[in-house]
Design a protein around this ligand. Structure first.
Ligand code: TXA
Ligand code: MG
Length: 348
């Protein structure tokens, strides 16, 4: 398939919106930018189009998709029930990087929900995403626009790398602001439960709905328990090289990583460090700061891109600094746990 690129960094041309709407209605695949990561979209009401998403990504069929909407009135056609906690969360965080799980309407295709009796819905705040979703006026199913298992894509270049030739259109929206995927919250249980941590932190959610819980399996090392969100059980976000994460007192982290570098002397080593620690490493082939430890937003924004840069450099092994399990640190560590396949050393 020949993939067409359309420009949509801050604005998108009306005729391009029309092309995208027509493509969705004909059952095609369109990659579009959102504020979190790029999404690989298809008409959420068309089972044939939905099947194409799974094929293009190589996604397991039992991993459900998020429906993206432009307006709250679209919920009526999708969900069977909205709790008062869900109302409060939507009031506070929509449009934005929060996905809510609801009881589904029977009419939602099984390809969206993977046969579950619930459905995930999100209203992105990205202007171009909003314009497209508003114009198509149907829920658009969109997982992250990457080959399954690889780090999610936050730039056009990375989308092209994974999906050129596999989709009809890629909308170039520049670099994604947030850099990690939306927070997923199950509102069918009381109190609601965080199934995937993201940009909106548990602390921020708890300010709106006190007593918020978190599925503990998503922030602990794999101990055989099954996470409640199907997508969390898969190997994910993984660079090609084996990655190891070190968490704890920063001086101890530096010492452990330098020791690990020395022990792997003959290999091509990447170190993903922070502004505060950059100058403390000796002997790495590829050394990059993810940002300041005082500004975890920057680290979240850079994380997936830098894991992919390690692949560009064809390194043999990656040592990455970890972060405290607080605020956005929880979401970053959730991604690192998966990117490292559980090879995380805590408590240094
Ligand atoms: O920021 C995001 O959420 C991005 C952008 C494109 O919107 N999308 C995204 O989609 O990350 P995806 O498919 O990569 O991740 C969706 C997650 C998966 O972990 C999936 O298992 C979970 O949401 N999910 C979807 N429907 C669910 C449901 N009914 N119950 C529990 N988890 C669900
Ligand atoms: Mg994904």
């Amino acid at each position: 398939m020949k993939t067409k690129t359309l420009q949509g960094t801050k604005k998108i041309k009306p005729q391009d919106v029309k092309t995208i709407v027509d493509t969705f209605k004909e059952g095609g695949l369109v990659v579009f930018p959102t504020e979190t990561v790029y999404g690989l979209g298809a008409d959420g009401t068309n089972p044939k189009a939905l099947k194409k998403i799974f094929k293009a990504k190589g996604r397991p069929g039992d991993n459900p998709l998020i429906l993206h909407i432009a307006r709250r009135d679209q919920l009526q056609g999708i969900v069977a029930e909205v709790s008062k906690e869900a109302e409060a969360l939507m009031d506070a965080f929509w449009p934005g990087p929060l996905t809510l799980i609801f009881k589904r309407k029977a009419t939602i295709p099984d390809e969206v929900t993977a046969g579950l009796d619930t459905v995930a819905v999100r209203m992105p705040s990205h202007k171009v995403a909003h314009e497209i979703l508003d114009a198509v006026n149907r829920p658009i199913a969109a997982p992250s626009a990457n080959i399954s298992g690889r780090p999610s894509t936050t730039t056009y270049k990375r989308v092209y790398e994974d999906l050129n030739g596999l989709v009809d259109i890629i909308v170039d929206g520049g670099q994604a602001d947030v850099g990690i995927e939306s927070t997923v919250v199950d509102t069918t249980v009381t109190p609601p439960m965080v199934l995937r941590p993201g940009k909106i932190t548990v602390e921020e959610l708890d300010d709106v709905v006190p007593g918020m819980t978190i599925d503990e399996t998503i922030i602990s090392k794999d101990d055989g328990k099954v996470p409640k969100s199907p997508g969390q059980k898969y190997k994910h976000y993984a660079p090609r090289a084996e990655a190891y994460c070190f968490v704890g007192n920063v001086n101890n982290v530096i010492a452990h990583i330098n020791k690990a570098i020395a022990e792997h002397g003959s290999e091509k080593i990447a170190v993903l460090a922070t502004d505060e620690t950059m100058d403390s490493y000796q002997g790495a082939y590829f050394l990059k700061s993810m940002g300041s430890r005082d500004h975890l937003e920057t680290i979240a924004q850079n994380l997936f891109e830098y894991l992919r840069e390690c692949d560009d450099e064809a390194v043999d092994i990656i040592f990455v600094e970890g972060f405290e399990m607080r605020g956005l640190g929880v979401s970053i560590m959730n991604r690192l746990l998966k990117a490292c396949g559980g090879r995380v050393k805590f408590g240094l």
